[in-house]
Design a protein around this ligand. Structure first.
Ligand code: UDP
Length: 377
């Protein structure tokens, strides 16, 4: 089968989910399926839709109140079907080009927002393709992830399955398999944490705190690093080293490198070996992105959630606390205080780490591709 994954780099999670699925198809069905992906908004959508990814980045980070409003009202003031009808004439040629070029036998969507337009186009052009959605928001996915015509809808949690039913996805087409993470996190090389630190050129004996802000480097990372460094200097917390992954936030990486480059603070841009950094770290401070949370779970990494994007991530702190894999500390001062407590108590960190492992769904990706192959292959 030629499988086309429709995704977009809105945050980092959709691409990670895409890569995870591509790796799983290649691993379990080598040479059987051809799997392609396109960034629909960046590569195929016309103006102004091609500005959706940068607009999201700006609004979700800088205008959270407005993003909350968009999340609550998108699709209810004007229905998505209505929008798809209005946009049809404008978007049809682009979708025609996409389908002509990729000639898919099956579609997988790993982003919300596309379904009414996709189904409208399939109907209008008489294409009879199965459509599968792999939902990567953990607990409170937006309604635009769902559509009554989906042939299969894979969700990460029971709460997301309830949302799927609420948005008219037939119960027999919903599967709760967990969130797929890339194979580096599933078949991780067995090494001691010290050995991972050595591999990454970090000090072997010192605890390592990892700071992450999703694919876009969201959150109050600079303030946290500043307070952490100050606290360490005053010896108000156990000695530790810090790695900050700024993702695509180049301005943040520049600023941190200039201010803290020599303070046992390693500043990184977008990394492709997140699994190695997680394996080397004793704990992480991160925004409540579902991809990062489930990768940390797979690696047994305790997390301090520093914030969340309103709407789709609002319940993720409760998810992490309920599973015992970490805590929520919304201010840099409270994050430093939790770090001080955790780094002084190895047994506590060990308990969070065990709980994280128990939260992981290591076989989510495998289950999804096996089900796709069984139903449509
Ligand atoms: N990520 C990465 N390299 C980076 C920063 C982030 O590979 O430098 C990945 C991270 O491992 C995760 C994804 O980007 O898979 C972020 O997804 P998440 O759902 O946590 O947050 P989002 O960025 O989508 O809001």
């Amino acid at each position: 089968m030629r499988i086309l994954i429709l995704m977009s780099d809105i945050g980092g999670g959709h691409r990670s989910c895409t890569l995870a699925l591509q790796q799983e198809f290649a691993h379990w069905f080598p040479g059987v399926h051809e799997v392609f992906s396109v960034d629909v908004f960046k590569q195929f959508a016309p103006w102004p839709l091609n500005y959706v990814p940068p607009a999201y980045k700006y609004i979700a980070n800088r205008l959270p109140g407005f993003w909350q409003w968009v999340f609550s009202n998108y699709g209810s003031l004007i229905t998505e079907e209505q929008m798809a009808t209005w946009l049809a004439g404008y978007l049809e040629p682009y979708f025609e080009l996409l389908f002509d070029r990729m000639r898919p036998d099956l579609l997988v969507t790993v982003n919300p927002l596309l379904h009414p337009t996709v189904f409208r186009h399939l109907r209008a052009t008489g294409r009879n393709l199965p459509v599968v959605s792999v939902v990567s928001d953990l607990v409170t996915p937006h309604g635009s992830w769902f559509h009554s015509e989906l042939d299969l809808c894979c969700v990460p949690t029971v709460q997301a399955a309830v949302a799927a039913r609420r948005y008219r996805v037939s119960e027999r087409n919903v599967r709760v398999y967990g969130l797929p993470v890339r194979r580096q996190f599933v078949d991780v090389e067995v090494r001691e944490r010290r050995a991972w630190k050595q591999l990454l050129d970090m000090e072997e004996q010192l605890p390592l705190v990892l700071i992450i802000g999703g694919g876009e480097g969201f959150g109050t990372i600079a303030a946290l690093v500043e307070q952490l460094v100050a606290s360490r200097r005053r010896k108000a917390m156990p000695d530790c080293q810090v790695a900050v992954i700024c993702g695509r936030n180049k301005a943040l990486a520049r600023r941190l490198s200039q201010s803290f480059g020599t303070e046992q603070v390693r500043v990184l841009g977008f990394v492709t070996d997140m699994h190695a950094w997680m394996a080397a770290s004793d704990c992480a401070v991160t925004k409540a992105g579902p991809g990062t949370i489930m990768e940390a779970a797979a690696m047994g990494l305790p997390v301090i959630l520093s914030g969340f994007v309103p709407g789709q991530e609002a319940e993720n702190p409760a998810f992490v606390i309920r599973h015992g894999m970490g805590t929520y500390a919304p201010s840099p001062a409270s994050q430093v205080s939790v770090l001080t407590e955790w780094l002084s108590d190895e047994r506590k960190l060990g308990r969070f780490s065990d709980a994280a492992r128990a939260t992981a769904c290591a076989r989510a990706g495998q289950s999804i591709v096996e089900e796709v192959d069984r139903l449509f292959g």
